[in-house]
Ligand binder design. Sequence first.
Ligand code: NAD
Length: 250
Amino acid sequence: MSLAEKIIVVTGAAQGIGAAYARRLVEEGGTVVLADRNHEGAEATAASLGGPGKALAYPLDVADRGSCEALAAHLGGAHGRVDGLVNNAAIFSTIRMKPFWEITDDEWDRLMAVNLRGPWLLTSVLLPLLRASASASVVNIGSDAVQLGRSGYLHYVAGKGGVQGMTYSMARELGEFGIRVNTLSPGPVYTEVARETVTPAQREAMIAAQALHRAAGPDDMSGVLAFLLGDDSAYLTGQTISVNGGLVHR
Ligand SMILES: NC(=O)c1ccc[n+]([C@@H]2O[C@H](COP(=O)([O-])OP(=O)(O)OC[C@H]3O[C@@H](n4cnc5c(N)ncnc54)[C@H](O)[C@@H]3O)[C@@H](O)[C@H]2O)c1
């Protein structure tokens, strides 16, 4: 149980990969706060997680400063510190593919407020609690859609490119406090949630192009996340870790 005693916040943990992250971190002994805009879903997921650690749901909109501050106040009162922050919440499965010139200003702004400003905002607001930890680790969830230059959802690709760049600078600014920051960058991952950002033909073509010719599931990501949050990765910061079955190389 490498994460025993650690207080870890996972945003966007109601469903999909975030729920799998929460499950794995509880199995590793962590106390995991599932923070999602879909609070009912997060509560249901938290209730389903048995294991050595604990799972608790708390409502959060990462695009809203007041909501981030309410989470910080709760965590400060309950635990006094945060050892792990997983900035996983994003507008993703609800995206409909379209040429970039048809993306509306509102769609662009809303996505950036959640996917790019959100990780910056929540990390900033939780910083005093991260500094109170002896070994804090922040993991920003990127996407290899950036390396692939995937088409059909350019605002998403641009936002995740920003997350990757932000991680490099955050790692430098937080190194003096002993806080590590890395990007976990998944390739295509297939969850219980239907989505329209990949067609069946694209799915098969990408699996064929991978070195490992099988589709990734959420559990292919969660062990890498546990490693990045644990003390075995104590000297690893400012990196992008692609988990893509060998689809693209850096
Ligand atoms: N599934 C993939 O193929 C894939 C590939 C690369 C990267 N990713 C990234 O992995 C992460 C999880 O992906 P997923 O497939 O589980 O996505 P998903 O769309 O199924 O889940 C996203 C979760 O984030 C929550 N959320 C959305 N807006 C929020 C907000 N403003 N505040 C708080 N919570 C909010 C949703 O309620 C949901 O629970 C995302 O960052 C996504 O971009 C996914």
